[in-house]
Design a binder for this molecule. Structure first.
Ligand SMILES: Cc1cc2nc3c(=O)[nH]c(=O)nc-3n(C[C@H](O)[C@H](O)[C@H](O)COP(=O)(O)OP(=O)(O)OC[C@H]3O[C@@H](n4cnc5c(N)ncnc54)[C@H](O)[C@@H]3O)c2cc1C
Length: 496
């Protein structure tokens, strides 16, 4: 593994999102002097929070998986996760709601899950489920070691027994065909392939190796952090601060101060300069800050429209997370990733965390977040720069609410007290490329050694990258891992 040469005592980390926080904790744990510079007024980045009239709305991630990664990161500074965060395991990971009126509760417990599947689709599918979950766990184990949990400088780094085992298991075939080999029931096929969209690709084009995303949620379970997902970056930032990391909020890095092959500091808006022996950039578009960093034209993930609602209604009977599938399927992915059109028959992720955590809503109320995948703004990624989301949003909001009312959330629209809506234009205005918060898609050519490494070959020799635009990829678990990978580029590998 390549590492930053020379002195690395003082490190500046740009960005206090989950990647920046993870990097800072790791570096501080290894004895570096660390300053985190964040343009926002607190930690979290995309894992943002809006508080209004007693409602706490998480505006970023809603599905929290792999808490052991956060625990491991906190342990770098000698902290225990349970002293900083209360995590509630969700008994029902998701409720999958299908267009034919049936539904399936996905349980973290395999026997309970298999019993649900047997009731829905019969004993053969329940047996297939057990086989599939075992296969998924093994695929994940193989990939964690090869693709995910390590710095990759060249494709040759992949060569090894795990890669062959992955190929033998059909990891490089199509995801949709892989899932179809196990399940006859179309509803189960959907349940185990929609996660490809989390990686920014259609299951009809994704390789089967991406099936492992379902290992993170369906296989290994989902947790709710009490106080909302925003409690996770707050806990990490507090632990980092107590360990001696310095935070500069409300400070924007304007440029890096480059002398020859090295960066010697960061220049803030307003003229202040912070000296540094190494800099870690965790922004969505690192090439905006790092001189000389070039990438091939990227393919971006689809974007989303999110509706975050504070609702004066108990909405009884609803699950913490519901995946509400429309009748359309392949067409949905074509609309999102090829045709640049909003979904005509939407599949939605609806989360109601106040069902588990009453601190998030006033008595008698609930908070609901609705994620509607939407095309991004980049025509080269199948997106559409021509959609005027500012003009379309009121109509689109009505449409989504209408769909929810028809799919079981009756009375929702009239009970809304507070709301916050984000669209691809919101993400673009925050500086995210292609108007998507999900960064570069995990196409084969943008995954593993083909994704930008944490230590780029071009640009200054002491600038390291972390976050969803680089290895290993998008989502809370991946960016937390990227923090460790970035730190190891500075400290060298840390033995487990
Ligand atoms: C609506 C939505 C739903 C999601 N759902 C899920 C989910 O359910 N599960 C999941 O695992 N993931 C989910 N994700 C993805 C996940 O939130 C992200 O992958 C992750 O939070 C990205 O973290 P990051 O640290 O890489 O980037 P960021 O959080 O964007 O951090 C980068 C930080 O850098 C700061 N910054 C940028 N430029 C500068 C500058 N010049 N100077 C100083 N600071 C700067 C930014 O303000 C920001 O705080 C979701 C994201 C969104 C938006």
């Amino acid at each position: 593994m390549r590492t930053v040469p020379g002195r690395t005592d003082r490190v500046v980390v740009v960005g206090a999102g989950l990647a920046g926080l993870a990097t800072a904790l790791r570096l501080r744990g290894a004895g570096r002097e660390v300053t985190v510079v964040e343009r926002g007024d607190g930690p979290g980045g995309r894992a943002g929070v809006v508080r209004r009239d007693g409602y706490v709305l998480d505006t970023g991630p809603s599905v929290f998986t792999a808490p052991e990664l956060v625990a491991d990161t906190l342990a770098a500074v000698g902290e225990r996760l349970e002293d900083r965060l209360t995590l509630v395991p969700l008994e029902t990971t998701y409720r999958a709601q299908f267009a034919d009126g049936s539904h399936l509760d996905v349980h973290a417990d395999v026997d309970a899950f298999a019993a649900e599947v047997e009731t829905l689709a019969g004993p053969a599918e329940a047996a297939a489920l057990r086989r599939y979950l075992a296969d998924l766990a093994e695929l994940y184990r193989l990939q964690l070691r090869t693709f995910i949990d390590r710095n990759l400088d060249t494709p040759l780094d992949l060569l090894g027994p795990e890669l062959w085992a992955l190929a033998r298991r059909g990891g490089f075939g199509r995801l949709s065909s892989h899932v179809a080999r196990f399940f006859d029931d179309d509803r189960l096929r959907r349940l185990f392939s929609f996660q490809a969209l989390y990686a920014g690709v259609s299951p009809f084009r994704a390789i089967a190796a991406y099936a492992v995303i379902a290992q993170l949620d369906i296989g290994a379970g989902v947790w709710h952090p009490v106080g909302g997902i925003g409690a996770v970056p707050r806990a990490m930032a507090a632990a980092a601060q107590d360990a001696g990391v310095v935070f500069r909020y409300g400070a924007t890095v304007e440029q890096l101060d480059v002398r020859g092959r090295r960066v010697t500091g960061v220049c803030l808006e307003g003229g202040e300069r912070l000296p540094a022996d190494a800099v870690v950039v965790t922004t969505d578009v690192p090439e905006g800050l790092v001189p000389g960093l070039r990438r091939r034209r990227p393919t971006y993930s689809p974007s989303c429209v999110t509706l975050h609602l504070g609702v004066r209604d108990e909405l009884p009977g609803q699950a913490h997370h519901t995946i509400s599938f429309g009748a359309a399927w392949q067409q949905v992915f074509d609309e999102l990733t090829r045709n640049g059109r909003p979904m005509s028959d939407p599949s939605l992720l609806v989360s109601m965390p106040s069902r588990t955590d009453r601190s998030l809503a006033p008595d008698g109320g609930q908070v609901l977040s609705v994620v509607a995948p939407a095309p991004n703004l980049d025509p080269h990624s199948g997106g559409n720069p021509g959609i005027d989301w500012d003009a379309l949003t009121p109509r689109y909001r009505e449409e989504v609410l209408g769909v929810l009312e028809a799919r079981g959330w009756a009375g929702l629209s009239d009970a809304i007290e507070v709301e916050h809506v984000d669209t691809p234009l919101t993400w673009a205005r925050q500086g995210m490329a292609a108007g998507t918060p999900f960064a570069l898609a995990h196409t084969f050519g943008q995954t593993g050694p083909f994704r930008t490494p944490t230590l780029p070959r071009r640009g200054p020799e002491n600038v390291v990258l972390a976050g969803s635009s680089v290895q290993p990829g998008v989502g809370v678990p991946m960016v937390v891992i990227s923090g460790r990978l970035a730190a190891e580029r500075i400290t060298g590998p840390v033995p487990a």
